[in-house]
Ligand binder design. Structure first.
Ligand code: XLS
Ligand code: NI
Ligand code: NI
Length: 436
């Protein structure tokens, strides 16, 4: 039984191909800086947007045609969706997938029933993983959709809600572990606040940290050695999200002694909502050994919210790959398409076009970034720019050999600084354009 009978296995056909159902640049076996593309990207398809996204928005209901889905919350429907998902992911040659507990399995009337539903579907996921070799990049719990999470989960003012969320995380860790998941993600959902008049920020942050420590303790108990990831996002749904950006997350992580436990899962559209570029967020995480994984998507320049579009911009993917190659890849993390097709792109085939385009955009970005790196085109410029710290007084500053007094004597004797040099931004932008 095939759910995509008209779609063949997607193969690499090269840049000259005009076949929309073929890769022009993503070639799983092609080597980039000593790794093949499959291992370099570890592409993942996300379950929530791709198999649960209905295309609804605040102005109207869903538009998606998903002929296999009866729209019900039945177990049968959920099990059928697993078959659809694995056919899709296999045909796409994506090695991994990601889910929330409530994407894959129906919620229950009680927590016990929800656990049972999750187990039933997880058994099918496991079978399909074994059959296809597709791996679970990460699991996570949905701690934001159900009305009980109106005030947040770990940061809710209601201790029972904290307990419920903890139970969901416990179960989701068990399932993620059982499915060989390589990471576990915390996206804050509603972990933030709308108004300080009714909020004890200190207590909420303490609770969030306790929550993560408990998850880590439990992971150790069950032998889950996957990487924990904290996913920054500045707004939506609350006004002040505690996980605003990479810097806010790192400060939280250090403040609460989580630096050996949690890395970051950086998402493009979240970076831009925070007023940063994706490259900034990635580099900020990387230099602190905290770049764990990425959620690949993009926002829209003219729309100010989390549109989660598929990334097709080669400048964006080139910038991302400059950082990822510098780190030598993301393993055990990967590139998860936390992206959804537009509401107007409602046919199943659009899911293929979207992912093929995203994978090709990353492959092209990687090739361009690797060439820039092979030529040392940017690294030489940066090195040269800081050369004054390689010798003389600069080297002494970096080595901690001088203080204010020594620097004052140095400057009194010298009188004036060496002349500054041009930053050459326009020249460098032109240079990058030559590689695109
Ligand atoms: C939402 C987040 C979410 C996380 C997983 O904006 O990106 O999809 O990746 O909970
Ligand atoms: Ni995400
Ligand atoms: Ni998002």
């Amino acid at each position: 039984m095939s759910y995509f009978p008209d779609v063949p296995q997607i193969e690499f056909e090269g840049p000259e191909s005009r076949n929309p159902l073929a890769f022009k640049h993503y070639n799983p076996d092609e080597m980039i800086e000593g790794q093949n593309m499959k291992e370099l990207f570890r592409f993942a398809v996300c379950y929530w947007h791709t198999f649960r996204g209905a295309g609804s928005d605040p102005f109207g209901p869903g538009t998606m045609q998903r002929p296999w889905d009866d729209g019900s919350e039945s177990i049968e429907n959920a099990l059928k969706r697993v078959d659809v998902a694995f056919e899709f992911i296999s045909k796409l040659q994506a090695p991994c997938y990601c889910f929330h507990d409530r994407d894959v399995a129906p919620d229950g009337e009680t927590l016990a029933e929800a656990h049972k539903n999750f187990d039933t579907v997880a058994a099918r996921l496991k079978e399909k993983q074994e059959e296809t070799g597709i791996k679970l990049l990460w699991g996570t719990a949905n701690l934001f959709s159900h009305p009980r999470y109106m005030h947040g989960a770990a940061t809710s003012c209601n201790a029972d809600v904290f307990a419920y969320a903890s139970s969901q995380v416990k179960k989701c860790l068990e399932v993620t572990h059982d499915l060989g998941g390589e990471n576990y993600v915390f996206w804050g959902g509603r972990e933030g606040y709308m108004n300080l008049y009714n909020t004890d920020m200190q207590r909420e942050l303490d609770h969030l940290a306790k929550f993560m420590h408990m998850a880590n303790d439990y992971a150790k108990e069950i032998g889950f050695t996957g990487q924990f990831l904290f996913e920054p996002k500045p707004k939506e749904p609350t006004k002040h999200q505690y996980d605003y950006d990479a810097a806010a997350c790192m400060n939280f992580i250090r403040n609460y002694g989580l630096e050996d436990v949690v890395k970051l899962n950086i998402e493009t559209n979240h970076a831009t909502l925070a007023g940063h570029t994706m490259m900034h967020e990635l580099e900020y995480a990387r230099i602190q050994n905290a770049l764990g994984s990425i959620d690949a998507n993009t926002g829209d320049l003219l729309l100010g919210w989390d549109t989660d579009q598929f990334p097709t911009d080669i400048y964006l993917t080139t910038q991302i790959m400059l950082v990822l190659l510098e780190q030598g890849g993301l393993k055990p993390g990967g590139v998860n398409f936390d992206a959804k097709v537009r509401r107007e792109s409602f046919e199943p085939i659009d899911l293929f076009h979207a992912h093929i385009g995203g994978m090709d955009a990353f492959a092209r970005g990687a090739k361009i970034a690797a060439t820039i790196r092979a030529d040392n085109a940017l690294s030489d410029i940066v090195k040269e720019r800081y050369a004054s710290y390689d010798l003389g007084i600069g080297a002494k500053i970096e080595a901690g050999e001088v203080g204010l007094a020594e620097l004052e004597s140095y400057m009194l004797e010298k009188g004036e600084v060496d002349p500054n040099q041009s930053g050459r931004q326009e020249f460098i932008e032109n240079l990058v354009n030559q590689y695109i």
